[in-house]
Design a protein. Structure first.
Lengths: 342, 185
């Protein structure tokens, strides 16, 4: 099969060769970020800390990888860095504060990106924690430090971004589940106009706070290369997980569960409503028999009504509420049971 | 001469690509047509699709150190980049070239025949895009048969299954694709 753009393939291969030659010529600790390569898959510690936050382990040992002296030294260095980080956090009073550097990181090796640090088990302090950003929809500004003590899921998005719109239902649903538990989603619009962002927020019924990264400084501080991007920040103000593209329900649930914020995404999936599993709990309003045994015209109408709601994707509870609104409380078998005199 | 099939996964190729341009080339060859098809369908113009595709693969090269196989598949990551490049280009009213400038790539010269070939060959771009929705086993089989035009013997070797299983996967995959296309219309 021939290529459509063989010249592009040639140019890109040449670019890779040049970059790898340059990378080899520059000592590793002095390499700029774009020259740094992450460790190959299968080597040590390549997992986002999202699975085991607040805990820096020795993945090589856990994964059954044989630890050589070189690897052991790397692992010891990582453990030491995190010990220093934990002491630093304790001394600094848990997380970023006003008057401290907004971009200070804990145990951050020189020149390492956030992703590389997470891959090595280091949880850097959230960059740009003191960057004041306008609040969408009202006057005033806020920064990450204002949310100190909470688990914050920062979602960088824009109204013109289709993948951002696609992941909104997951974020909004998660917000409803975590909002009372010292945790919140925080939307940050990226290079977006306020009216467009407000329309987006209204259209997607977003209830979590949204700040405006007007100049893109916030996204840049996290090394964003595109949107959407999502960063999970623990109560100590440290980044514990990063997603550089659209999130999934599973990823977010895992990242939050790792911070002891369980969401129903990890629980059993909600049972899908169907006429069969609703009928036994509903009565025919004409003959007062359970709907599954009733054959009167009103029973047929009730079944048709239930089927239309099932087709809309409503849950069993929503359908029962709708039936009560339509026919009154007597339509529910359980309501009769409840009110039956003993 | 029949080209040897590279059995490495997308993720393994991306992990090697930064230091091994041959690994990148295998990845590029696997996805050039799919990415082009995605853009042909999105923008309806072969030249524009080629321009966007060039930016996407340049962004892949620039961002190789960000790819984490444990957070998602290589193809998902690639198409995430493609969607972002498309969204940003639409926002700015011109095709983004940030990654290409960063790599110092020259402007891609496109002959009229190439543009016509892209538009003619990839008119069924939606089918290729929907391919990504198939289960992994069916997707690999359909891609090998329809996109890479391999014989069943080679597909069976690549997928480490019998020829009859390969045929069944292709058949089921195509059937699923037809249903997806119907749903989409």
């Amino acid at each position: 099969m021939s290529l459509f753009l063989p010249e592009l393939e040639r140019q890109l291969r040449e670019a890779i060769r040049q970059r790898s030659t340059q990378a080899a010529a520059v000592p590793r600790r002095e390499r700029p970020r774009w020259l740094q390569r992450r460790a190959p898959v299968g080597a040590i510690a390549l997992r986002s800390r999202s699975e085991e936050p607040n805990h820096v382990s020795v993945p090589a040992v856990r994964a059954g990888v044989r630890v050589t002296w070189g690897r052991a030294a790397t692992v010891l260095a990582a453990v030491s860095a995190v010990m220093v980080a934990l002491v630093a956090i304790a001394l600094l009073g848990h997380g970023p504060r006003r008057g401290t550097s907004a971009t200070r990181t804990v145990g951050r090796p020189p020149g390492r990106s956030l992703d590389a640090q997470l891959a090595h088990g280091v949880h850097p302090l959230a960059p740009a924690a003191l960057l004041k950003m306008p609040i969408l929809g009202r006057t005033g500004t806020e920064d990450l430090a204002d949310l100190r003590g909470k688990v914050v899921v920062v979602n960088v998005f824009a109204s013109w971004c289709a993948p951002c719109a696609a992941e909104e239902p997951v974020l909004e649903q998660t917000q409803k589940q975590i909002v009372g538990r010292d945790a919140t989603i925080l939307g940050v619009t990226y290079l977006d106009t306020a009216p467009d962002a407000e329309r987006f927020v209204t259209a997607h019924r977003i209830t979590y706070p949204v700040l405006r990264d007007v100049g893109g400084d916030f996204a840049r501080a996290y090394g964003a290369s595109g949107i959407p991007e999502t960063y999970v920040i623990n109560r100590q103000g440290q980044v514990t997980a990063i997603r550089r593209y659209e999130i999934t329900r599973g990823w977010l649930a895992n990242a939050l569960a790792a911070l002891a914020i369980a969401t129903p995404a990890r629980a059993a999936p909600k049972q899908r409503a169907s006429l069969t599993n609703i009928e036994p709990d509903v009565m025919c309003v004409a003959c007062h028999q359970p709907l599954e045994r009733a054959h009167t015209p009103p029973a047929v109408a009730e079944r048709r009504y239930i089927s239309s709601l099932v087709a809309k994707g409503e849950t069993k509870a929503q359908i029962e509420n709708a039936l009560v609104r339509q026919y009154g409380p007597a339509v529910l078998a359980k309501s009769r049971t409840t009110h039956r005199p003993r | 001469m029949m080209m040897a099939v590279d059995r490495r996964s997308d993720e393994a190729l991306l992990a090697r690509a930064g230091a091994d341009d041959a690994a990148f080339a295998v990845f590029y060859r696997r996805y050039e047509r799919l990415v082009l098809a995605f853009f042909v369908r999105s923008v309806g113009d072969g030249a524009l699709a080629a321009d966007l595709t060039a930016e996407v693969f340049a962004e892949v090269v620039v961002s190789l150190d960000r790819f984490d196989a444990q957070l998602g598949s290589g193809s998902g990551w690639l198409f995430g980049i493609a969607r972002n490049v498309l969204a940003r280009s639409r926002e700015r009213g011109q095709v983004e070239d940030r990654a290409r400038r960063r790599l110092g790539l020259p402007q891609l010269a496109l002959a009229d025949q190439t543009i016509e070939r892209i538009e003619a060959s990839l008119a069924d771009g939606r089918a290729l895009e929907l391919l990504e929705r198939l289960p992994a086993a069916q997707r690999a089989a359909v891609r090998a048969r329809v996109v890479e035009e391999l014989e069943y013997e080679e597909i069976a070797r690549e997928l480490r299954c019998s020829q009859s299983v390969a045929r069944k996967r292709v058949s089921r995959g195509l059937k699923s694709l037809r249903s997806l296309l119907k749903e989409d219309q």
